[in-house]
Design a binder for this molecule. Structure first.
Ligand SMILES: N[C@@H](CCC(=O)N[C@@H](CS)C(=O)NCC(=O)O)C(=O)O
Length: 216
């Protein structure tokens, strides 16, 4: 029996990132879908374990971890067969860390523009500008590079790609990753680098398609 329980919401991008990493690592995870976040994550028992009341939230045999990036770093460090996704060597690891911290800011810019779709609202022009500024920074980071941090795919690539593809929730939002050539090529490269990632992104796109159809 697995020791890992992941509190998850099927549509949540940070949860999607953690599910992807767990699947790439081949981990057996008990996934508990939390549909009513404000109720189920805010019971006294859950708040004691996860004070932020957010998903993803991981329980590994009584070790409680919130924050998708921290969960991913933990899973690779504890259960990875090697350290290629999250290098042990400090001078390599810091490059991954830098991109993961960058992603925290990037995702917060993107969430404003794609959440508008869920709330049936118009996106603010200043928010679109900030999302595009983030995409431009990412495009510069990828200049002449195959991957975001070092010579192979790392957590940084999966984490940032997860944020970028989340923009697909709102295709007309005015922030289009495909308009940034390095970003576009890198996303395609990532898809062909790993069949699990390719399956994951296909399932995500099928879900988005269904969601967008239901909103018409
Ligand atoms: N920085 C967090 C963000 C997590 C997050 O915002 N989760 C949302 C769902 S996508 C949530 O649980 N919201 C419910 C709440 O804030 O009470 C991470 O990367 O894990």
């Amino acid at each position: 029996m697995t020791s890992l329980t992941l509190y998850n919401h099927p549509m949540s991008p940070p949860c999607r990132f953690v599910r992807l990493v767990a699947s790439i690592l081949g981990l057996d995870v008990n996934i508990v879908d939390v549909r009513e976040l404000s109720k189920e994550m805010q019971t006294p028992e859950m708040l004691k374990k996860f004070p932020q009341h957010k998903v993803p939230a991981l329980d590994d045999n009584g070790l409680y971890i919130s924050e998708s990036r921290a969960i991913a770093m933990y899973l690779v460090s504890k259960y990875g067969k090697d350290d290629s996704l999250y290098p042990k060597e400090v001078s390599k690891r810091v490059l991954v860390d830098q991109r993961l911290f960058f992603d925290q800011d990037l995702y917060s810019r993107f969430v404003k523009v794609f959440l508008a779709k869920f709330h049936g609202k118009q996106v603010e022009a200043s928010d679109v500008e900030k999302a595009n500024d983030g995409l431009e920074a990412l495009n510069r980071m990828l200049d002449g590079k195959k991957w975001l941090a070092g010579d192979n795919v790392t957590l940084a690539d999966y984490c940032v790609a997860n944020s970028v593809t989340s923009l697909e929730f709102n295709p007309e939002c005015g922030a289009d990753p495909n308009k940034h050539p390095n970003v576009k090529q890198w996303l395609t490269r990532l898809e062909s680098s790993n069949t699990k990632y390719a399956e994951h992104i296909k399932a995500f796109r099928d879900g988005v398609k269904q969601m967008l159809e239901s909103k018409k």
